[in-house]
Design a protein. Structure first.
Lengths: 290, 236
């Protein structure tokens, strides 16, 4: 039988990873919930953000956490421009077009990265990469604790924005009633682009929290985006609280699964839960009451 | 004196299909003007073209002397020309309070608290339901919310598109009484309706639309005094 201390350490570790998953899934939820588009470019955008953090470290020697004020606005602007200039124009109001456009963007970004940076996996060294802190007797890596706290702060700010500001109200209004939104003078195309920008800004933050303990290569986004999609469905498509809870849950399940079944089979647990939820609660854990 | 809203030989429609074939009408400050006509006469197209949701093909729309024929919908709202659409179009997933707050998204944001108080005075029932999701309101309450949301923008002219649609006769009475009351408090109203009788009771003037053009215009007394007109266009 497993030592409870190892179990605890594994669960806490999973919680830290889960918070970053949640952050990535929150961006996806925002884009799905408002624009009703499944953003296939989400993983590629995360990859771009990770390279951004990587090169800011390798070039000007910027610490990944100090890259936050650069990467978050940069990803926001990139997302805003992408929606306004590319996705919005190419979609002609058809959701299936948007799907293909985001898929195309993902392929272009990944292959550009392959061409420019080669397929080598890159990591960065920081003074704190290997430092640990003891929590309830379990040794947890310091950057993972920072990532956990940071991801929760960003998630809280996002929820506040969605619930308490006029922009957040407009975002939610447009999700259900575009014509009504136009009639109160909401600039629908602008709010679409803001949503996409904020969704990618979440990735900018996630990248800064991830890189100290993770790596970057042109395909790095794929693994994350698969998990993020799972979380979005698990949480109940378009529910922010659901994405947050789902992310944390998936992180813990993955970590504990890895403990019992070994690293490579650890993700089995995620998809078992996923299938169970689809079978017994298809609206998701926090799905909107239809 | 320039009219509050001056629509001059307006042509418009959807895509390439022309619906409005040269509509002219004026509304002066303080008036209730009714636009009547059967389904498909072009009433809602007229509203949506004036509100900037559909592009005008030709002609002109002037609001308080300013040409808004090709203005963006957001700028038209900012100018104070507010439409309460057919079918209410409230935000079903937002609370009553949030719906009202968004009414002052583009215009009147700085006086949001005062406007809220005014709307709650006009519609006391909304005050009891501020936290309720708008989608769970009854049809009559949703209509009041839609009008309240329009009032939040401090309209210079309020366009009401079929406010009586789908309401019980008792509620229709109530809504029309409210429209009359808002007008007496100084609000200019363009009332687009199929409910001829009650519209003509509160309107100062009326236009009758047919096939995308104005077939008649005059006072309610003139309209009701002409039996041919009543039979041909109004079915009464």
């Amino acid at each position: 039988m497993l030592d409870p201390a190892i179990l605890l350490a594994s669960a806490l570790n999973g919680l830290t990873t889960g918070a970053v998953y949640a952050l990535i899934a929150l961006g996806l939820t925002l884009i799905y919930g408002v624009l009703h588009i499944i953003n296939f470019a989400h993983g590629a955008a995360l990859m771009v953000a990770l390279y951004g953090v990587y090169f800011l470290h390798r070039g000007p020697g910027l610490d990944p956490y100090l890259s936050l004020p650069v990467m978050v606005p940069a990803m926001f602007v990139a997302g805003y421009a992408l929606q306004r200039l590319v996705i919005g124009r190419a979609s002609h109001g058809k959701d299936e077009n948007v799907l293909l456009v985001t898929l195309g963007i993902a392929i272009v970004l990944e292959n550009l990265a392959l061409f420019l940076f080669k397929s080598d996996t890159q990591t960065i060294d920081t003074p704190y990469t290997f430092s640990t802190v003891s929590i309830l007797g379990a040794m947890i890596s310091v950057p993972k604790v920072v990532a956990f706290g940071g991801a929760l702060v960003v998630a809280a700010l996002l929820l506040l924005l969605i619930r308490r500001t006029d922009l957040g109200r407009a975002i939610r209004a447009i999700a259900k009633e575009r014509q009504g939104a136009r009639l109160v003078g909401i600039d629908v195309e602008h709010v679409f682009a803001m949503s996409f920008g904020i969704g990618l800004a979440c990735l900018g933050a996630a990248a800064c929290f991830l890189l100290p303990t993770y790596y970057v290569n042109p395909q790095v986004g794929n693994g994350f985006v698969l998990i993020a999609f799972t979380i979005v469905v698990l949480g109940g498509m378009g529910s922010f609280a659901g994405a947050l809870a789902g992310g944390l849950l998936i992180g813990v399940v993955e970590s504990l699964g890895g403990l019992w079944l070994g690293e490579s089979l650890g993700q089995i647990g995620i998809f078992l839960i996923f299938i169970a939820v689809l079978l017994f609660r298809p609206q998701g854990l926090f799905g909107a009451r239809a | 004196m320039t009219a509050l809203l001056d629509i001059d030989r307006l042509r418009g429609g959807y895509g390439r299909v022309q619906v409005l074939r040269g509509v002219s009408m004026t509304i002066d400050a303080g008036e209730i003007v009714a636009v009547l006509g059967a389904n498909g006469a072009g009433k809602s197209t007229l509203n949506n073209t004036v509100s900037g949701l559909y592009p005008a093909f030709g002609g002109a729309v002037r609001f308080e002397g300013r040409d808004i024929t090709r203005a963006r919908g957001t700028d038209i709202v900012a100018a104070g020309l507010i439409q309460v659409p057919e079918g209410r179009r409230v935000f079903p997933n937002l609370s009553v309070l949030e719906n009202l707050e968004l009414g002052s998204y583009r215009r009147g944001r700085t006086r949001r608290t005062q406007s809220l108080e005014r709307v709650f005075t006009v519609f006391p029932r909304l005050r009891e339901r501020t936290a309720q999701r708008a989608g769970t309101l009854s049809g009559g309450e949703q209509q009041m919310l839609a009008i309240g949301r329009g009032l939040m923008a401090e309209p210079r002219l309020l366009i009401l598109d079929e406010p009586s649609l789908g309401l019980s006769p008792l509620l229709v009475e109530e809504v029309f009484a409210l429209i009359g009351q808002l007008n007496r408090e100084g609000l200019s109203i363009l009332l687009v309706e199929q409910n001829v009788g009650q519209s003509l009771e509160i309107a100062h003037r009326a236009y009758v639309m047919e096939n995308g053009a104005i077939a008649f215009h005059g006072t309610p007394a003139e309209l009701l005094g002409n039996s041919d007109l009543k039979r041909a266009y109004l079915g009464i």
